[in-house]
Design a protein around this ligand. Structure first.
Ligand code: NAD
Ligand code: DAU
Length: 337
């Protein structure tokens, strides 16, 4: 008999990519619980909305009544938690929503998983490890040294998850992934923001000197890893997910400009992010060995595909950048952008 998974945050970037993947590649039925914050968007589910294996419920993961109702009403066998506040710059402005969603919300989902004896995947991030210097990589045993309110709240969610394994025997595993890119990423993050601004010949705000390094993975490779961790991961284990694709921010921005045939004069260096982590680099070999998973995308091709997706999804982009986004943009980048 096929199982039914509660996918929290399924209307966000990674959640919607995961929902697409699960409906296409697994037998699982899915119930999405999503608060539809500024980052959640029902348009992200437009290709699968008529699939009879998918249900959508609007609500917060902190609401234990809704979570418990879903678990019993739909005979849920596992929870995958992709619901979170996710943008570092917003967490610098205000930490409170991050504590609420990423810590309190995770605790409510964990309580339900214990109560109903469910499998649990906590989707986490390499940012919990803090910053690397010029050399080295993050392994699963690297110490947790979060440097933003966002990454600190994610680290707290991870620690709660591991404590539920030790204390209650919860069958929970954690994935810690590097920077994602692909379709449906909200245009506040580096790659979609630069694509959107370049398309409109607006300045591209590069923090500091642009030499910070991120390790990039195509979202479709990440969601395959999450499902592999759900199926083959061990309780209490952490799996680092990455594609060995380190890039300096400035080089990515130049690649985007080249794809769009736009001039580098659009680049505008701006005030650095406070507490800006210098470099991330994931060693994914443990996940590759234990989960039988490997990243497949080639960065240059997948970046081009991503740029084309944004060009071809003007309606989505206009909706994402209306309303709240305008206030955020003005606060974050000021008048000269
Ligand atoms: P996102 O911001 O695009 O989407 C988050 C989703 O969660 C949205 O649909 C939002 O409505 C929903 N949500 C937020 N608070 C909620 C709440 N309290 N209750 C219910 N739903 C709520 O984020 P994303 O990029 O898809 O990230 C998903 C997860 O993956 C996060 O845990 C993030 O830390 C992790 N992650 C992201 C990346 C990346 O590069 N995007 C990399 C590694 C890990
Ligand atoms: O590493 C995984 C993490 O990647 C996820 O956990 C986060 O949810 C996700 O937001 C992302 O965090 P980053 O802070 O690395 O991503 P962001 O896209 O915000 O920034 C990437 C780099 O680009 C970072 O060094 C800051 C820089 N940047 C970002 C923005 C938005 C700029 O130079 N200018 C910008 O306007």
């Amino acid at each position: 008999m096929s199982e039914t998974i509660l996918l929290a945050g399924g209307a966000g970037f990674i959640g919607s990519n995961l929902a697409d993947y699960l409906l296409a590649e697994s037998d699982a039925d899915i119930v999405i619980l999503d608060a539809l914050t500024y980052a959640g968007n029902l348009m992200n589910l437009r290709n699968i909305v008529n699939n009879t294996r998918l249900r959508f419920i609007h609500g917060h993961i902190e609401n234990s009544e809704i979570v418990n109702h879903i678990c019993t009403r739909y005979c849920i066998s596992g929870i995958i938690n992709a619901a979170a506040e996710t943008h570092v710059d917003r967490s610098i402005h205000s930490a409170a929503p991050f504590v609420q969603a990423n810590i309190v919300g995770t605790q409510v989902l964990l309580d339900a998983a214990v109560k109903y004896g469910l499998r649990f995947i906590q989707i986490s991030t390499d940012e919990v490890y803090g910053s690397l210097g010029e050399n080295g990589t993050f392994t699963e045993s690297s110490p947790l040294r979060p440097s933003s309110p966002y990454s600190a709240s994610k680290a707290a969610g991870d620690m709660l998850t591991l404590s539920f394994v030790a204390t209650y025997g919860l069958r929970a595993s954690i994935t810690r992934c590097s920077n994602n890119y692909g379709a449906y990423q909200f245009p506040e993050k580096l790659i979609p923001l630069m694509i959107c601004n370049a398309l409109e010949d607006k300045p591209l705000p590069v923090y500091g000197n642009g030499n910070n390094v991120r390790d990039w993975i195509y979202a479709r490779d990440h969601v395959r890893a999450i499902w592999a961790a759900y199926k083959f991961g061990e309780p209490g284990e952490v799996y680092n997910i990455g594609a060995r694709c380190e890039m300096r921010n400035i080089d990515i921005v130049k690649m985007i400009l080249a794809i769009l045939d736009k001039p580098e004069s659009l680049i505008k260096f701006t005030t650095d992010r406070p507490g800006h982590d210098f470099r991330y680099a994931i060693d994914p070999s443990y996940a590759e060995m234990r989960l039988g998973w490997k990243p497949q995308a080639v960065f240059a091709d997948a970046l081009k595909e991503t740029v084309e997706w944004y060009i071809n999804n003007d309606e989505w982009l206009t909706a994402a950048r209306s309303g709240e986004y305008r206030n955020y943009y003005a606060r974050q980048y000021g008048k000269s952008f």
